[in-house]
Ligand binder design. Sequence first.
Ligand code: S3P
Length: 169
Amino acid sequence: MYNKNIVLIGFMGCGKTTIGKQLAKNCNMSFLDTDYIIQNEQKKTIEQIFNTFGEDYFRKMEKQVCTRLSTFKNCVISTGGGVVKCKDCMESLKKNGYIIYLKATPQKIYENLLNDNKRPLLNTKDKLSTIKTLLNEREHLYTQYADMVYNINDSSPFILAKNIKNSIR
Ligand code: S3P
């Protein structure tokens, strides 16, 4: 039993959900995903929420969910890539959790999301260039909040989950 949560942050397509599920299994912790919870509670997909109510509404939902989950214990929490833009979200998650930044190059993110159309912010003419711009805007935030950084370019989700478990034991 861990007293704290493990909170995964990082850009879209860096593998937060895949690694988080494996990590939760390895550590015998519960797995929670903020995007999944929002979609479930709103009974809408992320794209539908963005299209119907806009990004600001989504961010409000994200903040509510982060505040709630930060009171939990012994959970692996996978967050949406934009959560670092919310200072309150990060402060509450950090109070009760180790923050792990899963870092990836723009090229790797691009490759991972090549056939994806579920990320409204990346539905642009030039996906790679949008990834570079957004990552550039957010990189300092990911780094600022992280207790640990893992480069996802170099290892499989399985190895990463194992390494993260060993480092927080
Ligand atoms: C977002 C990331 C998405 C989702 C939403 C906004 C972002 O989550 O929360 O589309 O601003 O980076 P993933 O990081 O799980 O793709």
